[in-house]
Write a protein that binds this ligand. Structure first.
Ligand SMILES: Cc1cc2nc3c(=O)[nH]c(=O)nc-3n(C[C@H](O)[C@H](O)[C@H](O)COP(=O)(O)OP(=O)(O)OC[C@H]3O[C@@H](n4cnc5c(N)ncnc54)[C@H](O)[C@@H]3O)c2cc1C
Length: 383
C-alpha cells in the first residue's frame, strides 16, 4: 500500500501551491469585483496559467486538454481553495470549464456545443434545481414534451449559477412525469431560444449570483436531447461525483489555510502574559483541525483515485463530501474564533472562507441527504 501521490501529481501540487502563495494570496483581498474577478486581473491570471501549462486541466487529451483525472483535479482544487482570490464556484482561470456531460455528446452536438466551449466562444450553465425540486430531483416539474421533430419545454429553474453569462443550458426536464428520477432527460437549450428568460437574479452570502429561469413553450430540435430519454439522472449524477469531490477538496483547502493562519496567530498573539499557543483550549482546536484535515485528505484522495479507476461506489463520494465540507467549515469557524475580532473583520480572508465553506454543506447534495443515502447503503450491506 502506497499513500504517496504519484511524482507527477506531487510536482503539480507544488507548482499550484507556489502559484497560490506567490500570485493569488497577495491579491486576494482586492481581486474580485462582485461575483467575478476584475477583468484585468482575470486576463493577467489566465495568461499566467497558460505560461505555467495549467490550461484545460481536466479536458481529455483528444480534445486538446491535459487529461488530468479526478485525483489530480482534487489536488489542484484543494490548493486553489487556500485562497479567496478566485470565485469559489467558477469561472476559474485554467481555461473554459467543461462539465463531464459535454464529453458524452454525439459528434454533431460536440461540434455545436463542446468545441465552441473549448475554444472559449461559448459558455454553459447546468440547470436542474427548481422551486419545488432541490434536494429531491424526483420532484422536477419542468416538462419536455415530444412534439413532431422536437420537444417543447415548460417550467422554472432556480439557483442556476452562471446563467447570465451562459450561451446554452444543460437542462434536466421530465419526459415521463410519472416516473420520478427515471423519467428525467437532459437537453441542450440555447439561452436565446424564444421562451427562455431570466426572471430573477439573487445574491448569496458568498457573493456569487444565481438566477431563476423561466421556460415558456421553448421549442428545441430532437437532436438536442443528450443520450436517450430517461438518461437525465444518470448524466447529472456523472457530473455530481466530480462536483462532490470538488466541494470536498475545497473543504480541505480551506482547512489547510485556516490551520496555517490559526497557528501563526496563536503563536504571535499574547493574552494574559502568554501566547495563545500555550493555552490548552487553543491547542485542542489546532490539534483537531490538523487531525480532521489529515483524515479527510486520505479519504478524499482514495475516493478520487477509485473514481479514476472506475471502482467508486456512489456512497463513497457522499461520505467524502459530507466529511470534508464539514471539516472545512469547522476549521474556518475555529480559525475565526482564534482570531477574535480580527477574524470577523473584512480585512482578513477567514470570514469569506467561513461563508464559502458553509455553503458547500448545502450545494451538490445537502449533508442530510448524503447521510440518508449513506445510511441506506450501510443498512443494505450490513444489517
Ligand atoms: C450558490 C448556489 C449555486 C447553485 N448552483 C446551482 C446550479 O448551477 N444548478 C442547479 O441546478 N442548482 C444549483 N444550486 C441549487 C443547489 O444544488 C440546491 O440548493 C441544493 O440541491 C438544495 O436544494 P434546495 O435549496 O431546494 O433545498 P431543499 O430541497 O429545500 O432542502 C432544504 C434542506 O432540507 C434538508 N433536507 C432535504 N431533504 C432531506 C432529507 N431527505 N432528509 C433530511 N433532511 C433533508 C437539508 O438540510 C436541506 O439543506 C445552487 C445553489 C446555490 C446556493
Amino acid at each position: 500500500m502506497d499513500f504517496a501521490l504519484p511524482e507527477e501529481l506531487r510536482q503539480l501540487q507544488e507548482m499550484v501551491r507556489r502559484f497560490v502563495d506567490r500570485e493569488l494570496i497577495p491579491i486576494e483581498m482586492e481581486a474580485m469585483d462582485g461575483p467575478d474577478l476584475k477583468p484585468e486581473i482575470r486576463l493577467h491570471l489566465e495568461a499566467r496559467a497558460r505560461e505555467l501549462g495549467l490550461w484545460l486541466l481536466d479536458v481529455p487529451e483528444e480534445h486538446g486538454g491535459m487529461g488530468l483525472g479526478l485525483l489530480g483535479m482534487t489536488v489542484v482544487w484543494q490548493e486553489l481553495a487556500r485562497t479567496i482570490a478566485l470565485p469559489p464556484r467558477g469561472p476559474g482561470i485554467f481555461g473554459p470549464e467543461v462539465r463531464a456531460v459535454l464529453f458524452r455528446l454525439d459528434a454533431a452536438q460536440r461540434a455545436r456545443y463542446l468545441d465552441p466551449v473549448l475554444r472559449g466562444e461559448k459558455r454553459t450553465a447546468f440547470a436542474q434545481t427548481e422551486p419545488d425540486a432541490g434536494a429531491d430531483p424526483g420532484m422536477i416539474r419542468t416538462r419536455a414534451e415530444r412534439q413532431g421533430d422536437g420537444y417543447v419545454i415548460n417550467g422554472t429553474k432556480r439557483f442556476i449559477s452562471h446563467a447570465e453569462r451562459a450561451d446554452f443550458l444543460q437542462l434536466v426536464a421530465a419526459t415521463e412525469p410519472g416516473l420520478g428520477t427515471r423519467g428525467l432527460s437532459m437537453f441542450l437549450v440555447d439561452m436565446d431560444t424564444p421562451g427562455v428568460s431570466i426572471a430573477r437574479r439573487s445574491g448569496t452570502m458568498m457573493g456569487d449570483v444565481t438566477c431563476e429561469l423561466v421556460l415558456e413553450n421553448v421549442r428545441i430540435p430532437a437532436e438536442n436531447l443528450i443520450g436517450k430519454e430517461g438518461d437525465g439522472m444518470r448524466l447529472s449524477q456523472s457530473w455530481l461525483t466530480s462536483g462532490r469531490l470538488y466541494q470536498a477538496a475545497r473543504g480541505l483547502g480551506v482547512a489547510q489555510r485556516c490551520l496555517e493562519m490559526a497557528t501563526r496567530y496563536a503563536r504571535d498573539r499574547v493574552t494574559f502574559g502568554s501566547p495563545l499557543s500555550d493555552r490548552q483550549a487553543i491547542q485542542f482546536m489546532i490539534a483537531d483541525m490538523f487531525t480532521e484535515h489529515a483524515l479527510g485528505q486520505l479519504n478524499a484522495y482514495r475516493t478520487a483515485w477509485k473514481a479514476d479507476q472506475g471502482t467508486l461506489e456512489r456512497h463513497e463520494s457522499y461520505m467524502v463530501k459530507v466529511s470534508c465540507t464539514e471539516l472545512g467549515f469547522k476549521a474556518a469557524d475555529r480559525c475565526l474564533q482564534i482570531h477574535g475580532g480580527s477574524g470577523l473583520s473584512l480585512d482578513l480572508p477567514v470570514q469569506k472562507m467561513w461563508r464559502d465553506a458553509r455553503s458547500f454543506m448545502i450545494t451538490e447534495g445537502a449533508t442530510e441527504v448524503m447521510r440518508v443515502a449513506l445510511a441506506r447503503e450501510i443498512f443494505r450491506s450490513l444489517a
